[in-house]
Design a protein around this ligand. Structure first.
Ligand code: B12
Ligand code: SF4
Length: 439
């Protein structure tokens, strides 16, 4: 491999001055290590603005990010038998990390250092709930020209479609030429992903219901685990627990905890026809494609995990009467005012806000002093710093009491009586606000 050394650099392993690597040779190395496609992005590119601080924290010497994809076996992801899909998610995920390690090992021999963050888990759980991932592989992949996010917000590679998992490496060398994003989106706007998602997480307009996906698809991951443990702890005895959790659900948890957490759906990936290698059957006959791929997933009888009175529950009940709705507690519980404000747009159930037009002022005191305005209008929610415009309801709250109330640890009436929570305006607006955040 050609490494163009800076004239003053002497000992590669100890150097402080970046080397520049030949991009074609680096690409070939990544492909030889098992990547199916690869691209290169310099650390100062604007696409990395949201992640640069974490990248630098993980590896301060980072100069270039290598984004790459590993192909999955599409038919494994498409089958209604989800153990078959999950085994492919796990194996390809492991493969992504093996590829990253192999590339770094080779580069180390050439005096180039680097790190790789996990493909998925483990992530930085001391930040949970929050940005637990170190780098957004999707953002890197887009910048590295490996595809674009489709309506379902997964990367669609122009050739392999969305049947890819993504990996990223941070290295301390520059490359002779950077990659650029592709200039079109392979998403066909067919909306099959919208039709397939059992909890309506993928909106027709590209809106993504983060909470709905977390509560169902990620039932056997971190958020659902809290709820499962609390259900076990709250049960009076084993016999009573049988009324809450079925034998099949306990066993599914056991499998997830023993062999790696399993996804409940990922149907958005399963049905996506885009990508040169996979689009054939869809173009040949859309009706047959829909019958063969979408219908078995839609017809499958299975449990769907939703919050009571949520958009996800309304969607599952209306669209999939053959599936059984199971109520669960929210996978995301705010732990601070800061998290309450940053999570509100993600956990907002827009259809519950039908007809609402209200401005809320929040004044937090105590452990966190903060003022914010939340506006709910046209089924959208906006959070802004400070007290803006005229409030329909002003909520003055001790920060810890408010968070305790949201976490169902503190009682609203007690909070009002003790003046830890004060309302100015129509109190019914607080009830309406609560409806937008079922938990
Ligand atoms: C967080 C996360 C999730 C979240 C949010 C999904 C999402 N749309 O981003 C949940 C838990 C719901 C999820 C679900 C899935 N995920 Co996921 N997930 C990630 C993770 C860790 C980061 C995603 C990310 O980049 N977010 C930021 C921006 C770029 O994404 P966005 O779509 O614009 O933002 C949405 C959310 O992230 C959220 N959001 C934005 N900013 C912030 C900030 C905070 C603090 C929080 C909490 C949320 C949040 O709001 C947006 C709209 O809802 C990556 C791994 C990684 N380290 O990159 C895998 C990753 C994106 N997931 C992946 C997969 C495969 C899935 C699933 C199919 C899981 C499965 N196997 O069943 C589903 C698909 C859901 C979907 N349609 O998007 C793959 C995607 C592969 C591909 N071809 O694109 C990735 C890249 C893992 C990998 N290494 O391959 N995932
Ligand atoms: S299923 Fe259709 S609309 Fe959804 S992401 Fe794939 S191509 Fe786009």
């Amino acid at each position: 491999m050609t490494i163009v050394k800076n004239k003053t650099a002497r000992v590669p392993a100890l150097r402080n001055i970046p080397v520049s690597m030949n991009v074609d040779e680096l690409r070939q190395l990544c492909l030889d290590c098992g990547a199916d496609d690869v691209g290169f992005v310099a650390i100062d590119r604007p696409e990395l603005d949201g992640d640069r601080e974490d990248i630098k924290l993980a590896f301060p010497r980072t100069r270039t990010l290598i984004g790459f994809v590993a192909r999955m076996t599409p038919d494994n992801i498409r089958t209604p038998l989800r153990s078959i899909a999950n085994v492919e998610f796990h194996h390809t995920g492991d493969q992504v990390e093996h590829i990253a390690r192999a590339v770094l090992k080779s580069l180390a021999d050439k005096g180039v250092r680097g790190v790789y963050p996990s493909m998925g888990f483990p992530m930085e759980m001391d930040r949970y709930p929050g940005k637990i991932w170190v780098v957004s592989h999707k953002r890197v992949a887009e910048a590295a020209g490996l595809g674009k996010m489709g309506i379902h917000r997964n990367i669609i590679h122009p050739k392999f479609g969305n049947f890819v998992l993504l990996g990223t490496l941070f290295i301390d060398a520059e490359v002779t030429e950077q990659s650029q994003p592709i200039d079109y989106n392979p998403c066909l706007q067919c909306k099959l992903c919208v039709a397939a998602c059992p909890v309506g997480a993928v909106g027709m307009d590209g809106n993504f219901d983060f909470g709905a996906c977390m509560n169902h698809n990620y039932r056997e991951f971190m958020g659902g685990f809290q709820n499962y443990v609390e259900t076990v702890a709250d049960a009076k005895n084993g016999m009573a627990l049988r009324g809450e959790v079925t034998d099949s659900e306990h066993s599914s948890w056991w499998q997830s905890l023993s062999f790696g957490a399993n996804y409940k759906a990922a149907y958005c990936l399963s049905v996506c026809p885009a990508g040169e290698d996979v689009i054939g059957p869809y173009l040949e006959d859309k009706g047959t494609f829909t019958r063969n791929i979408l219908k078995p997933l839609a017809d499958k009888t299975e449990n769907i995990y939703v919050l009571k009175n949520s958009d996800a529950e309304a969607h599952a009940t209306k669209r999939f009467p053959n599936k059984s709705v199971r109520h669960v507690a929210s996978a995301i519980r705010p732990t601070s005012v800061e998290k309450f404000l940053s999570y509100s747009p993600l956990l907002f159930n827009r259809h519950q806000a039908d007809g609402m037009d209200a401005v809320y002022h929040f004044r937090f005191s105590g452990a966190e002093v903060r003022e914010a305005t939340i506006t709910i209008q046209n089924e959208t929610l906006k959070v802004e710093d400070g007290l803006l415009g005229k409030a329909d309801l002003t909520v003055g709250a001790d920060a810890k009491t408010w968070i305790g109330f949201l976490r169902q640890e503190k009682n609203l009436v007690w909070a009002l009586l003790t003046r830890k929570l004060r309302l100015k305006g129509d109190p019914r607006l607080l009830v309406k606000f609560g409806k937008c955040f079922p938990n």
